[in-house]
Design a protein around this ligand. Sequence first.
Ligand code: P6P
Length: 355
Amino acid sequence: MLSKLLLKHSTPKARHSERILKKNLTHYLVEQQRQQGSVSAEVRLLIETVARACKVIGHHVSKGALGGVLGSLGSENIQGEVQKKLDVMSNEILLQANEWGGSLAAMASEEMDTVHRIPSHYPKGRNLLLFDPLDGSSNIDVNVSIGTIFSVLNVPESAEERDIQERDFLQPGVRQVAAGYAIYGPQTMLILTVGNGVVGFTLDSELGSWVLTNEDIRIPKQTSEFAINMSNYRHWHAPVRRYIDECLAGTEGPLAKNYNMRWIASMVADVHRLLTRGGVFLYPTDQRESVQEGKLRLMYEANPMSFLIEQAGGAAIDGTQRIMELQPTKLHQRVGVILGSEEEVQRLQRYHSEA
Ligand code: P6P
């Protein structure tokens, strides 16, 4: 049967019109390297290695109780958050997958207090990898979509001849050369940007291949859907309260339309919805001591997600400033996050500047 099929598709035209082999991650990255020059061979290998690690993480996530991976370890990470077994396992998978390849000089993770330098017995590359190995882990035990977020930076020239220090990671988000996330949900998907728009791959678990399924993800400029944890209403600063009140006022209010609300409490899942159908996501700073700087982390949550959102035609601010222009001062620093459909984010930015 296959031979007949292949015979039928023997002419270049037939082959082109009815591809048997769908484009996959490697094909996309080779095109980006060859045609656009937007990724180096090192970064291409790095992204493929991260994507392979995400397949392994997704495999363990999907086993849940059957794999004995649910529940907590009883330890805390630097954020003071209880570590789930899968948090630590996912971190370990990403470290082991990326140590040997020769693309990296060091890694940083939400689950590690400080940077992880590539061991001296492996070749050292010219890139830095940052990741939240399993974001939304409070959702693991309740079987809600979670994900891995990653960001790629170049090693600063000043650090090429010495050991990597934490300060070498403290680069603004505009310096990212690639960013993406894997989402472990009804489908396992990889959403990626290398600075030439946003593409999406769906894992074909039979082939183990990331198949290109979304060639040009664009986020609508307008929306009627917001995502925020409403239980924090009494803590919000005035501009956020003003915006949400206007959304809730619906057609009788100044925005003259009804809004819908979603809050999955898994940033990867909430951002994936925005990239799929538009919306605005808010985790703003508020008046609580613990959230004065925000809850989400700049380097491996806000920056990679902002890169994706901007590449898809959206906007991402901390309330007043573009997130990707913020100069980091600490590896695990937190930041207020408002991102999504451009017109909504611009309205919120205006409300903050008017306050
Ligand atoms: P809250 C998950 O723990 C996370 O870091 C993000 O993925 C998510 O958007 C946020 O925290 C949820 O926070 O306060 O609503 O539980």
